[in-house]
Design a binder for this molecule. Structure first.
Ligand code: GDP
Ligand code: MG
Length: 439
């Protein structure tokens, strides 16, 4: 989706004047791109009409060229398709807040149940209870219990011989007596929608009186995801959608059609298998991402919260005069770790979607721990003056950190190389700025 839209839009961006024919041609490309991305055809039709109307009617903005305006309109309308704002979770006035997770098998219900509980505990300071109400899939209960253990969250289960309706009834009583103010119900899925499943879910809904019914859909399934959403919505009245596996090779079609077709907003997106890979959904950012502008906002925000501005400036000047020490190195390491997996970060950069190799970038977090252990075994003086690290000091550090002497040597060598490279880079940046076409 991105590539096609990107090239069409970049042609437009530069134009000083655009004719109606230009708009028409461009909208033809946009239409094709959306259909190719598996966006529902009714949605596409409506979308193209909306944009055309606005682009020709032109509410003119002085700061933009006509070409830029069309791009802006496409961007805005794309955001509107997905909902105009972030829609937060609805909490109950009277605890507990109950959330029911529904969806097809393999969509990511169980995983998302864990992720969401984790997020709510952290961000809203609640005490969640996970309820294992999928009694059909082998090992489903075990899966939730394992998640609970990993996250240190309680899981309510009565095994797989008790009906979901009864499990939920008991779970709610349990939540009340034990002061859990946020209850997440993990329900069963099927490979396809069927009446038995829907009947059971309707019963659970009647008993649980959920504040939210979240439909979990796999974004890789495109058009199918939308049909699924439609059926679930008809039977259960979903209040929100969680779109999973957006970290994969998705064409974006599901994200674009679901809101338009069901009326239910996408509230969260799953961006990986790790338990912190769940984020509130930002329609505008998703639109930028689809248009290939990269999710720069998300990236900046992420970097800003984690990285102190002043520290960044200081680092920059250190790089410039190459007075970078092991202390700086370890600080950097900590910041990289805080920002989360490197591959997730990189995927937010503009144009990164095209870099196929990116998926294989795997930074071994254990490796980072080893590096940290080695540096922590150095004295203050050694960290600031790496040149004093002779053989006996290295031996002592290896012992202290529990790593091999070869590992210690390798790290010091890498550090030296890095410093040399920094020196070179900062020299080049000063000398060749113009030649490289940098601003
Ligand atoms: P359920 O059958 O709906 O409960 O689905 P599960 O929670 O068991 O998830 C099915 C598979 O999808 C598991 O292997 C999960 O790790 C994986 N999964 C879930 N969410 C995401 C996501 O956001 N990104 C990726 N890459 N994998 C996910
Ligand atoms: Mg499950």
């Amino acid at each position: 989706l991105s590539e096609r839209l990107q090239s069409t839009l970049s042609k437009m961006r530069g134009k000083g004047k655009i004719s109606e024919a230009d708009v028409k041609e461009m909208m033809r490309e946009v239409r094709l791109a959306l259909l190719e991305a598996d966006v529902n055809f009714k949605v596409v039709k409506q979308f193209v009409n909306d944009v055309k109307e606005r682009a020709v009617g032109q509410d003119v903005m002085k700061s933009l060229t006509p070409g830029q305006q069309v791009v802006k309109i496409v961007h805005e309308e794309l955001s509107n398709l997905m909902g105009s704002d972030v829609v937060p979770i609805t909490f109950s006035q009277k605890p507990p807040t109950v959330v029911m997770m529904v969806g097809l098998q393999g969509a990511g219900k169980t995983t998302t149940t864990g992720k969401l509980a984790n997020l709510i505990r952290k961000k809203h300071n609640r005490s969640p209870l996970l309820v294992a109400a999928d009694i059909y899939r082998p090992a489903a209960i075990k899966q939730l219990e394992t998640l609970g253990k990993q996250l240190d969250l309680p899981v309510f289960s009565l095994g797989d011989q008790v009906k979901p309706e009864e499990i939920v009834t008991k779970a709610l009583e349990y939540a009340k007596t034990n002061h859990h103010d946020f209850v997440l119900i993990d329900t069963a899925g099927r490979l396809h929608i069927d009446e038995t499943l829907m009947g059971e879910l309707e019963n659970v809904k009647t008993i649980a009186k959920p504040n939210e019914i979240f439909l979990v859909v796999d974004s890789m399934t495109g058009q199918d995801a939308v049909n699924v959403a439609d059926s679930f919505n008809e039977k259960l009245g979903i209040t929100g959608v969680v779109l999973t596996k957006l970290d994969g090779d998705t064409r974006g079609g599901a994200a674009l059609s679901i809101k338009a077709v069901t009326g239910a907003p996408i509230k969260f997106v799953g961006l990986g298998e790790k338990l912190d890979a769940l984020e509130p959904f930002h329609p505008e950012r998703m639109a930028s991402r689809i248009l290939g502008m990269g999710d720069v906002l998300s990236l900046i925000e992420k970097a800003e919260t984690q990285m102190d501005q002043d520290a960044a400036k200081e680092l920059e000047s250190k790089i410039r005069d190459a007075s970078f020490t092991f202390d700086d190195f370890i600080e950097q390491l900590a910041q990289v770790k805080n920002m989360g997996p490197i591959d997730e970060l990189l995927s937010m950069l503009p144009g990164a979607g095209k870099m196929k190799g990116l998926k294989n970038v795997q930074i071994d977090e254990k490796q980072l721990d080893h590096v940290e252990a080695i540096i922590r075994s150095m004295t203050k003086h050694e960290r600031a003056n790496p040149e004093v690290l002779n053989a006996s000091r290295r031996k002592r550090i290896a012992k202290g950190s529990g790593r091999s002497i070869q590992e210690v040597n390798r790290l010091i060598k890498q550090f030296d190389d890095m410093k040399k490279m920094m020196k070179q880079m900062s020299g080049q940046m000063k000398g060749k700025k113009k030649g490289l076409g940098l601003p």
